[in-house]
Design a protein around this ligand. Structure first.
Ligand code: SF4
Length: 248
């Protein structure tokens, strides 16, 4: 997580305002930790990584020279063709929370026509045969809309999109917006697993990953800077025990 800043204000944003900016030197340190753990892939995220004031392409190149697969997890707003060419990441992670523009734009506050921007970015990535992953935050508002997103992704697939995976994140009542919007967005564990199971059963041509709580993931770790120091999610969250209980 390169920093916490973002020009959007999604209703479910779990980013903490306490995140500081990572320097390029700290990015290098994090990449060395990742390599030291024999991890294979790095996702540059935030906040919004394309608003990081240092050179993201430099950090991507460095990760590549270290043999890591590189991804950029972006809200898509700044992901113009020129930026894609300049970054040259192996894959991009793009949000889509509903195939209904009004619902998507309601959840993804900050750009009135964010849905249209995302559609444009996906068209470009599809036509350029550039790999991407879709992320969806599953919450009370879009819980019954996952099949419409599936239909749209299948349509892109038929057009040649190199969709690596679809990540279905369960809404968590955490962070700068998730906490305050919990009453409006929260879903139970059963609701989440029932609805996402319907999607898993469809045997789609790309991976479908359920992400009920990334803070508990054994495959993914998080790195950020707070008070000038690099923090590691697996240490911070597991020591504290996550404040969010999956049994709710
Ligand atoms: S969830 Fe939305 S507001 Fe939060 S960092 Fe991502 S794009 Fe920005």
């Amino acid at each position: 997580m390169l920093h916490g800043a973002c020009s959007m204000s999604c209703l479910f944003c779990i980013t903490e305002n306490t995140l500081s900016e990572m320097t390029p030197k700290q990015v290098e340190e994090v990449l060395e930790i990742i390599k030291g753990r024999d991890m294979e892939s790095v996702v540059f995220g935030g906040g919004e990584p394309l608003q990081w004031r240092y050179s993201l392409s430099h950090s991507i190149n460095l990760a590549k020279t270290m043999g890591l697969h590189t991804q950029v997890g972006t809200n898509g707003v700044g992901l113009t063709p020129n930026v894609i060419e300049n970054l040259n990441a192996d894959r991009y992670v793009i949000p889509l929370d509903s195939n209904n523009p009004q619902v998507h734009n309601y959840l993804r506050k900050g750009f009135r026509k964010h849905y249209d921007i995302i559609k444009g970015r996906l068209k470009y990535l599809t036509e350029g045969r550039i790999p991407f992953t879709i992320s969806t935050v599953v919450c009370k508002i879009n819980l019954d809309m996952l099949h419409e997103i599936t239909a749209f992704l299948l349509h892109l697939w038929e057009k040649g999109a190199r969709i690596h995976a679809w990540h279905l994140y369960r809404f968590l009542p955490l962070g700068r917006n998730g906490f305050k919007n919990a009453d409006m967005l929260n879903i139970s564990k059963n609701e989440y697993f029932d609805k996402t199971e319907e999607i898993k059963k469809r045997d789609l041509p790309f991976f479908v990953y359920r992400r009920p709580n990334m803070q508990l993931s054994k495959e993914v770790d998080f790195f950020w800077v707070e008070d000038g120091h690099i923090k590691i999610g697996s240490q911070v969250w597991r020591e504290k025990k996550s404040p969010y209980c999956l049994c709710k």
